[in-house]
Write a protein of this length. Structure first.
Lengths: 343, 343
């Protein structure tokens, strides 16, 4: 079969490669009906990510099942959508819905796997990975189905991660296909106001068609100021970051209202990747900051008064206020855990 | 009155300062019954944070109202708990529960405000800030009430931020009073398994008394490995970070199970503070990573098939697979938004 490969930066070619066949009982082979190029494919293309010789390419495709292993229930001829990674559907991560983190999963084009930019793809865990389209879709519907493979699902993930819902005010940072899909996904989830950053007229026109209500042309700090101006000085409760650069993430967190939600789906390429890259790689939620003490007191005080909540064991030294200096010295040397002062 | 001040690093003294009086109609003055020293007080004490001459100290106190402005409904004589910051109760952040981010709020001891480590404190927005204890508490209950001012509420915030609930498996990173309180708060919220890091026997004994079930003595990568060993190789779904150092946050994110929740309440002192410090300062939630496409497909596919969800406008160029190189070049030069390929 024919498949796209990358031999060195900027040198994409279509070459003959072996036809795939089912290699395990749960494999299927899909004949690709449509595939596409992702913004993230440009990282290896530009040489930013190292690649292997004859690196296969592409992780988004839809197509028809043409061969199956003996354990596969999907039938030959079924039209299917492939997520950008395969997953076994049974590991703890899959059971939690974190299919991208499947213990036995992998990414198309990586480590000897077929890429989506080719005529055929061998699909591991075919029943768990592929989603069947009930009837053979009309050709006109294929591009819309293909967006489910990555960009639309990724835009949806940004919106879900940022808890977008009915009535939400959302800021979407980016300027590519995922950014547009994050706008569309936010609108689908009921967002009322969708503020985007953008200067590229054709793209902002699509964004408006997808549901964007406000377009901010400024960048960086000025963009943050513009968002604040549009949101009573507060910032937006929901911010979707669809780029992954330091500047985009910085803009995103500053455009968020206090207590707000930032969904980030741009693969991080940061000045200092730790710990944000790990948060990304492990699909974590990071939340915290200074405690909302006044809010919690009415919930916690009754338990303390009832004697069922007692943290007083944290105080191991009690001193009169006049000896406060001794208290600081004791905590500094770790001979005291926490000093109680009596004025 | 007498109050603790810091003149230079390590030089804490108790000195005479002016007695506070209500300065605005919503002020109250509280006579401090008990205050304490916080781990975070050690940052200025050690000279890590710059301070002003005669810097007032302390942000945790309980006491009795002794004077009120004309607008205050709290009565003189009421026993009250002061959160570590004051808040007006009416700004958008306060209405969202993010009282630590109050537009008109502030922190005890900062910018001319009285500190908790003194005989009296002027309290702005007294009715919104202070929480009354219904009856005068027995002296033995005062230390437990004092923990509500910061450490217990902060431990609770870590647990709430990490979505701890009934049956949770929780890892708590730290070794101070907030760490212990995070254990206690997790137990109160119904956590079943609470894994802590610690080597200090007296402190781990309190942690066990507060509900810790497993004590890991290792540090860094070994600590992460130990947590994985205790959790079927997966890590914990809920991790509470109560230190703020680079190492603690790194340990926390690696100890979390994929798709898990990290609550962080240690004030960040990181190698590169951006964007984590902003996430902390603005009480944001950061969540995302690679999309859980396979999980979302059954939710999104019906809308695409019904024609109500159509992101196909992201494709502005269609090419045969054999011309894939032209597609990459077009996306690299930004002349194409997203290229669809037909094998």
């Amino acid at each position: 079969m024919r498949a796209a490969v990358l031999n060195e930066p900027f040198a994409v070619a279509v070459v003959d490669v072996p036809d795939p066949i089912p290699e395990t009982p749960s494999d299927a082979v899909v004949e690709v009906v449509a595939a596409c190029i992702c913004g993230s494919d440009l990282w290896p293309y530009r040489g930013v990510h190292p690649t292997n010789p004859q690196q296969r390419l592409g992780h988004e495709f839809v197509g028809q099942v043409v061969a199956v292993g003996p354990d596969v229930r999907l039938r030959v001829g079924t039209f299917v959508i492939a997520p950008f990674s395969w997953s076994d559907g049974t590991c703890p991560a899959c059971r939690d819905g974190v299919t991208v983190g499947c213990t036995n999963g992998g990414f198309w084009g990586q480590d000897g796997a077929d890429g989506g930019q080719g005529q055929y793809v061998r699909v591991p865990f075919a029943d768990a990975t592929l989603v069947a389209v009930p009837d053979d879709p009309a050709p006109a519907l294929v591009p819309a189905l293909l967006t489910l493979s990555d960009v639309l699902a990724t835009g949806h993930h940004a919106a879900i991660s940022a808890q977008v819902g009915p009535g939400s005010t959302v800021v979407v940072v980016g300027d590519g296909a995922v950014w547009l899909c994050a706008v569309l996904a936010s609108a689908r989830l009921g967002a009322e106001r969708i503020i985007i950053f953008g200067r590229h007229q054709q793209r902002t026109a699509i964004a408006r068609q997808f549901g964007a209500t406000d377009v901010v042309a400024e960048r960086g700090r000025d963009a943050v100021r513009a968002v604040r101006d549009l949101t009573d000085g507060l910032g937006a409760r929901h911010v979707l970051e669809c780029v992954g650069t330091q500047e985009a993430l910085t803009t995103a967190v500053h455009a968020a209202r206090r207590g707000g939600f930032v969904g980030f789906v741009g693969v991080p390429h940061l000045d200092d990747p730790s710990p944000v890259s790990t948060i990304f790689d492990r699909s974590l939620s990071l939340r915290g900051g200074g405690a909302w003490v006044r809010t919690y007191l009415p919930q916690l005080l009754p338990d303390v008064l009832a004697g069922t909540l007692d943290a007083s064991a944290v105080f191991d030294v009690t001193l009169p206020l006049e000896q406060v200096a001794d208290g600081y010295a004791a905590m500094d040397s770790r001979s005291a855990l926490k000093v109680l002062l009596q004025p």
